[in-house]
Design a protein around this ligand. Structure first.
Ligand code: 5RP
Length: 244
């Protein structure tokens, strides 16, 4: 292995370690027995799922009822022996005590962009069904303004993709249809829709945009979360947790 590759791997390992610290911190601080928990999607939230399973295995936690925000989150749950329930299940009855999820960007007002894993619709449904939502992120996810570096995902029914794209371009935004990897053509979400990734042309009134974009016919959900309050578990480069 040459030196550059070794350095790359060290950086990757460190990045994973920081995500693990954030996931564990939230799972240790906020999860107690008898909770109904929404399991988030992504490479940070997965560590919370694993930690919850570890705490169940040691007998520290019992009677945890899990709902998954995506097929990936469900797979993570199954891999560690956690069953996944629907929001209709009588043990859940449409409400969650806690969600632990990741985010793609967090602004200075604590508003977030989600949907890097194309799970924004179920993530938003769960966030609004929950009494408390913990967001687990590394410090680099904190930005001054949303949507300038990491695009804001918009989930759209396939029939409406073209006109919705035009509507978003009329704002002056750059819009691209998210493509799959390992598959030709667009990403198809867990709900059978496509994703338009939208980069803003400058700082925006993101609360207003969340409403306006959601009102475009054919839009199912937008990955801006501006109205929910969150408990942030931000891991610093030195491994300490700060909030936010
Ligand atoms: C998936 C999400 C994820 O929570 C978000 O993309 C962050 O993922 P990661 O922790 O892997 O950076 O919103 O739709």
């Amino acid at each position: 292995m040459d030196q550059a590759m070794a350095v790359d791997e060290n950086v990757r390992d460190r990045a994973q370690e920081l995500k693990r610290i954030a996931g564990i911190a939230a799972a240790d601080a906020l999860v107690s027995s008898n909770m109904r928990i929404g399991m988030g999607t992504g490479s940070t939230a997965r560590y919370a799922i694993h930690r919850i399973a570890e705490r169940i295995a040691t007998g520290e936690l019992s009677n945890i009822a899990a709902v998954a925000s995506s097929s990936q989150a469900a797979e993570e749950c199954y891999a560690v022996g956690l069953s996944v329930l629907s929001l209709e299940d009588p043990r859940i009855a449409g409400e969650l005590d806690l969600v632990i999820d990741g985010a793609d960007e967090v602004d200075t007002a604590g508003r977030v962009t989600k949907g890097g894993g194309a799970a924004l619709l179920r993530e938003k449904v769960m966030a609004y069904a929950a009494s408390r939502v913990a967001i687990v992120v590394t410090r680099d996810k904190h930005v001054a303004d949303l949507g300038l570096t990491f695009p804001v995902p918009v989930e759209v029914v396939p029939f409406a993709a073209f006109p919705v794209r035009l509507s978003l371009e009329r704002y002056g935004f750059s819009v691209s249809v998210r493509s799959g990897t390992g598959k030709m053509g667009p990403v198809i979400t867990d709900n059978g829709n496509v994703i338009l990734d939208v980069l803003f042309d400058g700082p925006q009134d993101v609360a207003l945009l969340e409403s306006e974009i959601a009102e475009i016919p054919g839009v199912v959900e937008v990955g801006l979360f501006t109205r929910r309050t969150f408990d942030f578990f931000t891991v610093e480069p030195n491994g300490t947790i700060s909030s936010p």
